[in-house]
Design a protein around this ligand. Structure first.
Ligand code: FBP
Length: 261
């Protein structure tokens, strides 16, 4: 079945604003400004992001005035970082509830290689089936993690993560980048027709952020699903503009840096 990804892409590329950190990391990522979901929605709309990612609670309480202003991706699972156990993240929101909340796509995290990966793989399969019945795109965050995983950023394991997204029917797979610019071409290849977007990670220096983005785009990835690198930035809209130069306009790092200087 062909799933229409048009809403989430511009010229076959995508820049998504992730904001599920309040659950995943707790409030330690936030300051007085970015703890407020309205601040994030304002950036998402003014920056013309391809979508914003929320857990269902934020979607319910903050997104409702933003319907049709910005596409919404509702995360269907999530966990805190408090329990020091093998990583597992169970579904907390149904596809139907996500649709009621205005979702244009749904997301789900799989900790590949965890003792509990079987639970997440099975749950994800059901989500893909249900979401695709509603023609809703599905995004898999696939993070190799847990005691069986040695190096969670090796090119081999990232390619496995990307491939897992394809095998399970994800329309988009969100993975980390390991700064192996050549090797990442293989990672993207492994994802086949599933599109690859990359997580931002902890906020970096501007030129480092732009350089990584340049490399992943050159490797064939479709873009970023970035959080902290934008909303922890002192000028989020300028950073957004700089990233867009690389993602949508194929500009160099130097040209993108001009936006920030
Ligand atoms: P960042 O760009 O801030 O890294 O956000 C991407 C993201 O995947 C979020 O959607 C998610 O909450 C977080 O990273 C997960 O972080 P971790 O790798 O620490 O589990």
């Amino acid at each position: 079945m062909e799933i229409n990804l048009k809403k989430l892409f511009t010229k076959n590329k995508s820049l998504i604003l992730a904001y599920d950190h309040g659950l995943e990391h707790g409030v330690s990522d936030f300051d007085l400004k970015n703890i407020d979901p309205d601040y994030i929605l304002d950036i998402a709309v003014k920056g013309k992001f391809n979508a914003v990612v929320f857990q269902p609670g934020l979607a319910e309480k903050y997104f409702q005035n933003y319907k049709r202003k910005i596409p919404l991706i509702v995360k269907l699972n999530g966990k805190t970082n408090i329990a020091q156990i093998e990583p597992v993240s169970r579904q907390n929101c149904s596809v139907k509830r996500a649709i009621k909340l205005g979702a244009d796509a749904v997301g789900y995290t799989i900790y590949l290689g965890s003792d509990f990966e079987n639970v997440m793989l099975a749950e994800f399969g059901k989500i893909v089936e249900e979401a695709h019945n509603f023609k809703l795109p599905v995004i898999a965050w696939i993070y190799p993690r847990g005691k069986s995983i040695g190096n969670d950023r090796s090119t081999e394991i990232l390619a496995y993560a990307a491939r897992t997204g394809l095998e399970l029917g994800a329309d988009i797979v969100k993975i980390n980048y390991n700064h192996d610019a050549e090797g990442f071409k293989w990672v993207v290849k492994a994802a086949g027709k599933t599109k690859v977007v990359v997580a931002g990670g902890a906020k970096k220096e501007d030129n480092e952020e732009l350089q990584s983005t340049y490399e992943i785009i050159k490797a064939g990835a479709s873009g970023l699903a970035i959080g902290r690198g934008i909303w922890q930035h002192k000028e989020p809209l300028k950073m957004t503009k700089a990233l867009k130069k690389i993602i949508f306009e194929n500009k160099s790092v130097n040209e993108a840096m001009k936006v920030l200087n």
